[in-house]
Each structure stands twice: as C-alpha cells, then as structure tokens.
Design a protein around this ligand. Structure first.
Ligand code: SF4
Length: 443
C-alpha cells in the first residue's frame, strides 16, 4: 500500500490517492496538529471516510502505538457508570487506556448504525488496526431470551434487575463478561461491527452489550451514532477524557438541526392528552395490582411492602394525572392575540408557568421518578402476555416518556441558566385544534 508523507506524518493509504484526497488528508492532519476544529467538505464518491480514517489514525499512531492486545482486568470497580449513567455495574480497568498514557481517544460518529457498518468496512480496507469498539443499545445487543424481546425503559430496567449483585435470577450472559474480557485481550484489535459483537455473544454466551461497554474504556477509536455525543445522558456516561479526545462527525450535513432537536422540546396538545390518558391507565393498573396483591396476601397484613408500594404508586400517579390536567388547562388559558404569530416569551417564562402548578427545580426530580415508574408499569402491561413472557408483537410506544424527557430538558442540572438560550412559544396549529407549547433553541 502506498505511503504518503503529509505534514511530516506517514499516511498508509490502501490505494494510489487522488490529488483531492491528499488535500483532504492534509487538512485533517493540519487541524489535528493545530488542535483546532475543522469543517471539511468533499464531493460525493471522493473517499472521504477512508481519508478521514487514514489521516486521523496515521496522526494518532505518530504519537504512540495502538493499544492492541493489552486489556488487563483489575476486577470489579463499584461506582463506575455504565452508558445509561447508572452505577454499580462491573468494569475493567484497561492497563493500556490511551488516556492513561495521555494519548488521545478518537470518537468517530455517523448518523446511523448502517453508516457505521460502512465505516468499519472501510477500516478493514486499511492497514491500521487500532483497538476499536462500536457502541449499540440493548435493543441491538441483548441476547437474553426474554429481555431481548423487550424495548425501551422496560428492557433497561429488566436488564439492570438481572445484573444486580444479589439478584435471585442473574443474567448468565452478564456473569461471563468479566472472565471473557480478561481472557480475550485481543478483543477489538480486529474491526468488529454490531453483528460481529452479537455473533461473539451468541457463540461464547457472553453479553455483547456489557462487553462493548467495558471495551470502550480501552480503545483507541470508538464508533457510535451521533447521539452518543449530542445527547447529554449518553455523553456523560462515556468514560472518556474529553479534553484529550478527537471527535469526528462524518456526513454531518444535518448536525445543526439534530443538535437543535436534541435540545428542544415540543408539546402538541395531542401528546398532552395522550399523556393524561396514559396516566389514567397507570392509575387503574396500579389499583388493580394493589388489589391483586391484597387478595394474594391471605393475612391482609397492612405492612405488606407490595401493598404499601402499590398504594404509593397509585397515589403518586394520581398526582401526575392531576398535574397534567392542570397543565392542559393552564396552556388553554394563555391568551393568543395573533393566530399567525402565536404567543412568544423568553425561555425563562416556562418556569413561571410550571411553578403555578408547583413544578419547580425542587419537585421536578421526584415527578420525573414517578413518571418513569408509570412508564415501566405501562410498558410491563403492554408487553406482558398470559404466560408472563414478553410478546414482541405488541407495541410499546409510551407518550409519558416524552413528558419525562421534556421535564429533564427544562430542569436539567437543577438550574434555570440554560433557559436564556430558549424561547417559549404557543401556537394554534390548525383550526379547532388545541394549542401547542414549543420551546425552540436559539442556537
Ligand atoms: S446483561 Fe446483557 S444479555 Fe443480560 S439482559 Fe442485560 S443486555 Fe441482555
């Protein structure tokens, strides 16, 4: 394969490079050497991905060798965060983590997983073999017979329950992760995509999801969809030293709108009504469950935890239902003078509106927890079948999840500081339709 010397860096390229490819790689290396941002464009079909990979990996290699073949397990480390931002999952401390050697990690993102698959194919065509991993969700990676059929929060919760230290029915795939990672220091030395990880999981019986979670701390290059960088929760859960990382957004045409969408919230009246209806369903479900618990508990002991918890949940969800009804009423009362222009206020107005309903920085966290409980209750009911096993033919869309996300955005970090970048807008979207609340980012 030809080697090109570009700005003092030897770039191993799989083909004779075109002039435009050499220029592109020079610009990539220039920005890496200068530690600056770069916005690079090149016409379709000019091999941008290959140029990006080769130039970045050549520059990275010039700083020090890749971390291949060097994973070393130091045992469980309670308190580490997994990619959902939760703690107490096992983790392995790789001895060769680039950050420990002050070598930068590369995070290569694309919009979708199928684009990532193509990037990994391109990596296979190069001579570079950095330690790598691709991140995916439980929906893509779980191999547990029952949990893999679930979706969303129900799946996340089911997995976490099976991975707790003192659970009665632990996930057998999870239990194998520690030994598997320890016994396979070469994992990630050859390019692997999501399907490869799942195949390894099925062949060796080990959980691909947690294998990739642990491996991401040891790699030179991490592949993931954009949302692992754009979405705050995902980003926070990555164990990377951001000051020392190279972030690549491939095919970033729509990145600006994606960022705006990720930070904005939209509450159409139809969604609010659906949430109210779901809250009512949750109340009915929790009451039914509580009655069921009572009838199963022959002693009818009032100290029965399940009954107490049932009472608590039904009471809490009742509060949510009432709040949502009040919110609907409050929005309906907003005076809209102009149908065309709607009603606009600076972003901080949202706190005024919500504080009328006693939704504040102090109460929001508790409310979000209750809504999350309600979501799990609802989805458990949606996915449960007569034999108690999940049925993947049933849908599990839950509108309350949007409400939980909306509150998370508004009350993030328990501070109102970010509101100045927003505006609050109410608009009648069509004749006879109810209002919609919308907060748009100025960015
Ligand atoms: S540990 Fe892995 S295989 Fe087991 S339930 Fe969780 S995601 Fe699925």
């Amino acid at each position: 394969m030809p080697i090109y010397k570009i700005r003092g860096i030897e770039v191993d390229f799989p083909f004779e490079a075109y002039e435009c490819q050499l220029v592109y790689m020079e610009k990539v290396i220039q920005s890496l050497q200068d530690g600056s941002n770069a916005l690079l464009e090149s016409p379709t079909g000019t091999g941008k991905t290959l140029c990006l990979l080769c130039a970045t990996l050549a520059w990275r290699k010039s700083l020090g060798g890749f971390s291949t073949g060097k994973i070393e397990m130091k045992g469980w480390k309670a308190g580490d965060e997994d990619l959902d931002g939760r703690s107490s999952q096992p983790s392995f401390q790789p001895s060769s983590q680039p950050a420990e050697r002050h070598l930068p990690s590369i995070v290569y993102t694309t919009r979708t997983h199928s684009q990532l698959r193509q990037v990994i194919q391109e990596l296979k065509r190069t001579n570079y073999r950095p330690k790598m991993v691709v991140l995916g969700s439980r929906e893509q990676l779980c191999i547990h017979d029952e949990v893999s059929l679930l979706r969303g929060k129900v799946q996340t919760n089911a997995c976490r329950n099976l991975c707790r230290k003192r659970t009665r029915r632990p996930c057998r795939h999870f239990k194998l992760v520690a030994d598997f990672v320890k016994g396979n220091p070469n994992l990630g030395d050859e390019p692997l995509d999501i399907e490869d990880l799942v195949n390894i999981g099925r062949t060796c019986g080990v959980c691909p999801y947690y294998v990739s979670r642990d491996l991401h701390k040891a790699v030179d290059i991490l592949f993931a969809p954009y949302n692992y960088l754009i979405d705050r929760g995902n980003r926070k859960s990555l164990s990377l030293q951001w000051q020392n990382s190279i972030l690549i957004f491939d095919e970033a045409h729509n990145l600006e709108s994606l960022c705006a969408d990720a930070a904005s919230l939209d509450l159409p009246s139809g969604l609010l009504s659906a949430c109210i209806s779901e809250a009512k369903t949750c109340v009915d479900l929790s009451v039914a469950r509580r009655e069921n618990e009572k009838s199963n508990d022959k002693s009818c002991n009032p100290d029965n935890f399940a009954i107490l918890r049932g009472n608590l949940i039904s009471h809490s969800i009742c509060i949510i239902q009432t709040l949502l009804l009040k919110l609907e009423k409050r929005i309906a009362e907003i005076p809209i003078d102009s149908k065309e222009l709607g009603f606009s206020k600076p972003g901080p107005y949202i706190y005024e509106l919500l504080s009328d309903l006693n939704i504040t920085n102090k109460t929001a966290e508790k409310l979000i927890d209750i809504i999350d409980d309600a979501i799990v209750l609802l989805e458990e009911d949606t996915t449960a079948t007569e034999n108690g096993k999940p049925d993947k033919t049933k849908g599990s869309a839950c509108r309350l999840e949007s409400m939980s996300e909306i509150l998370r955005i508004i009350f993030r970090d328990g501070s109102n500081a970010h509101a100045k970048y927003y505006k609050f807008h109410v608009q009648e979207v069509e004749k006879n339709a109810a209002d919609a609340v919308r907060g748009d980012s100025f960015a």
